[in-house]
Write a protein that binds this ligand. Structure first.
Ligand SMILES: [Zn+2]
Length: 128
């Protein structure tokens, strides 16, 4: 928590609540997509195994180090060019799509910015 965030707190029913948290809770994710992300969003990201299991075709079983291969949905993949780590969410495409974490993958797949990707990912109805 930065000093600036603390000063932005408001008191609601005797509890300190960040103004943005109130908006997100009340309007779900139809809230305007500007400003900071909800607190603790990293902990609310989906299980990478669930996410990749739904979006990567022909995903095989993870090897002993946790990496699984499947068809990359980010390009027209005829082989299994994509490696994903089912625990950390890390990914790498051996064609030319790049690599990154789960949020970066969702950004590429949906063509959205970081903030929109995070908001999609913490709302299971949007990514699944
Ligand atoms: Zn690819």
């Amino acid at each position: 928590m930065s000093h600036r965030t603390e000063r932005a707190m408001v008191r609601v029913k005797g509890q300190d609540v960040h103004p943005l948290q109130r908006i997100v809770a009340r309007h779900s994710y139809s809230a305007p997509r500007g400003g900071s992300l909800p607190c603790g969003w990293r902990e609310r990201l989906p299980d990478p195994a669930d996410y990749y299991g739904q979006h990567v075709e022909q995903l095989n079983r993870a090897n002993s180090k946790g990496w699984a291969q499947g068809k990359c949905p980010l390009h027209d993949d005829r082989q299994a060019s994509l490696s994903v780590h089912l625990e950390s969410g890390g990914w790498r495409c051996f064609a030319s799509c790049g690599s990154g974490d789960l949020v970066a993958f969702h950004m590429h797949r949906q063509g959205v910015d970081f903030r929109t990707a995070v908001l999609d990912l913490i709302d299971k109805g949007t990514w699944a």
